[in-house]
Design a protein around this ligand. Structure first.
Ligand code: FAD
Length: 340
């Protein structure tokens, strides 16, 4: 297999990866970007952009609800959910092709396929080996797998953005931003929405006062919010799904048409063969310095720079969640952050 040489090889063609191509090309570097799925990644294809189409509809329903405040009489709105999903898909369908054109114009070689390390400075994609002076890991994130019996019954945001049937009831396991945003959209359509959060606060990382206001508004539109909940299992029941959970010392059950994994996302780095690249990682995250440069284990073969957007800084490594067994790898030695 011959090895092709590039100044920069980017793993992942999402916002982060595409963001690197401009400055790198302006600096006169040759750039290859490897993308295994749709160019543009999560945000335009299955994240921010399609979600905003649904949120905009939810917002319109909110404005209609408030019309009487402005002395405007309106009838009961009727939402065609299937048509809304079609509109959402229609609005985003051209994005990957448009991005491909702009990458071609920028003279970035876009390679379709799954990338993984085959050496410290070698990336393998299909039957091609690419050698790079600089490697950018921009492989994004994926829904956090939940170790709950019956977790396979849960859907993720990808399915919520695609299913043309409007559910009459939804339970979100996890109370992060995705649950809140989709929960509000569903509640506006009249669906029965429950959010089960393991920690004492919804949106645990955000400001307590702001979250309290959000929770009040969520409850006002009919969303049931339960915090400090331990979800025990998810099981089929009566053609629906039942979530069994503990709350305030007692066991409870709730049923819904859909149960959504809203427990956040984890770095998408487990199939990159980080060990082959001597890339130091811990708890499912890549270890980086303050400038997002990786740390090498001591088998590093030659100086190079790798930058990661799927990272943990060395300072928060000790507070990272428990490492699942399949992610644990031995890290042979420590080195100070690389400054190649
Ligand atoms: C439902 C939802 C709604 C969101 N809404 C918002 C919002 O309103 N505002 C906001 O700011 N953010 C939002 N986000 C977050 C936003 O989408 C992400 O922050 C952003 O997409 C991250 O960009 P990225 O380039 O790092 O990763 P991604 O966009 O995920 O791109 C990574 C790319 O790498 C590819 N890839 C992965 N592994 C490999 C491999 N081994 N080889 C080749 N390619 C690979 C993937 O296919 C993917 O295309 C939302 C996310 C979701 C899921």
């Amino acid at each position: 297999m011959s090895t092709e040489k590039f100044d920069v090889v980017i793993l992942g063609g999402g916002n982060a990866g595409i963001g690197v191509t401009g400055p790198a090309r302006r600096a006169g570097m040759s750039v290859a970007m490897i993308e295994q799925d749709l160019l543009g990644g999560t945000c335009p294809n299955r994240g921010c952009t399609p979600k905003k189409v649904l949120v905009a509809a939810g917002h319109a329903l909110h404005e209609i609800e408030r019309a009487s405040v402005h002395h405007i009489a309106v009838g009961k709105p009727r939402l065609d959910w299937a048509a809304l999903i079609d509109r959402e898909k229609d609005l985003i369908k051209d994005i990957p092709a448009n991005l491909a054109r702009s990458m071609a114009k920028r003279d970035v070689e876009v390679i379709k396929g799954h990338a993984a390390f085959a050496g410290s400075n070698i990336i393998r994609v299909g039957d091609r080996d690419l050698e790079a002076k600089h490697i950018v890991i921009a492989t994004g994130s994926k829904p956090r797998p939940l170790p709950i019996p019956g977790a396979e019954h849960m859907i993720t945001s990808d399915a919520m953005l695609s299913e043309r049937d409007l559910p009459s009831s939804v339970i979100f396991v996890g109370g992060g931003v995705i649950s809140l945003e989709f929960g509000h959209v569903y509640a506006r359509t009249g669906a029965d929405v429950t959010i089960l959060e393991a920690l004492p606060q919804l949106l645990p990382a955000l400001d307590t006062d702001a979250v309290a206001r959000l929770q009040t508004e969520s409850e006002r539109i009919g969303i049931r919010v339960k915090t400090s909940v331990g979800v025990k299992r998810i099981e089929p029941a009566n053609g629906r799904l039942r979530v069994v959970f503990s709350h305030q010392g007692a066991e409870h059950a709730a049923e819904a048409d859909r149960v959504v994994n809203g427990a956040g996302r984890v770095a998408n780095v487990d199939t990159l063969d980080l060990a082959a690249g001597n890339v130091e990682h811990a708890n499912g995250r890549i270890v980086v310095d303050r400038r997002c440069r990786i740390r090498r284990s001591c088998r590093r073969s030659r100086p190079m720079r790798v930058t990661s957007s799927a990272a943990t800084s060395s300072k928060d490594r000790n507070t990272a969640p428990t490492t699942p067994a399949w992610r644990r790898r031995s890290i042979p030695c420590r080195r100070s952050p690389q400054s190649a």
